[in-house]
Design a protein around this ligand. Sequence first.
Ligand SMILES: [Zn+2]
Length: 269
Amino acid sequence: MSEAPQHVKIQCEERRSLLVGSIKCVLNKIDFCPHATTLKAYSRVLQTEIICQIKCKRWGCSHCGPRKVQSMALRVKEAKPQRLITLTVDPKLYETPRIAYDKTRRKVTELAARLRRKYESFEYIRILEVTRAGWPHYHLVARSPYIPHQILKNIWAEITGAIIVDVRALKKTDHVYFYVLKYLAKQTYIPWTTRRISWSRHFFPKHSEPKGMPLKLSDRELCREHPSEIISLKWTNQVIVQFTRDVFIIAVDHESAQMNLNAFQKEQL
Ligand SMILES: [Zn+2]
């Protein structure tokens, strides 16, 4: 039997250390999405069954929400925008905030199309926010040539009747990360939409999606149960390896866990 300690970290790939330990000791230390469901499968690379948490990925989830905010802020920063634009709506023109949203949300696309005709490009991510009274306004984080404030104001007034438009140049691209964090962190429940964010087709650079690990899965089975429930019901004395943030393997002891990881590293070479 292996005499490995209860908690050991194994360096499996660059900058990633993995949590390994007996299920009893480490299951409650793993960061699970509370609403996750489970994928069970066999990995031909790790030569063992894997348990994968399928996260809910909702903005409102206590686990997924903050992670989504952070990764979105990072992606926006990598898109190298130079301008922050705030487009307001005029509450006097609509009966309710919902009507204001329905009547103006497509106008952002129209504004972008008109700007593209005039200037060579206008790419943006749009973040919806509501005022304390519930009225929508839109934050655009944009990448475009210089556009005079007055031109933006005139077009927005022409298509929506609203006259308040704010434009700010981003002095450092680093700041955009914090602006996006701030806009997204302020998100509260909006009864009339779940679509807080949208972006133009070329805003994000291509290939910015992280690549998945080549685990070569077969015998996939989706279960409604939470992964921690499945793990604790089926196994008790085994060793769990948190292989990636979402993928776990169960091994009889530390030694065979190491064998599974060696198999993966061999495949990587
Ligand atoms: Zn979640």
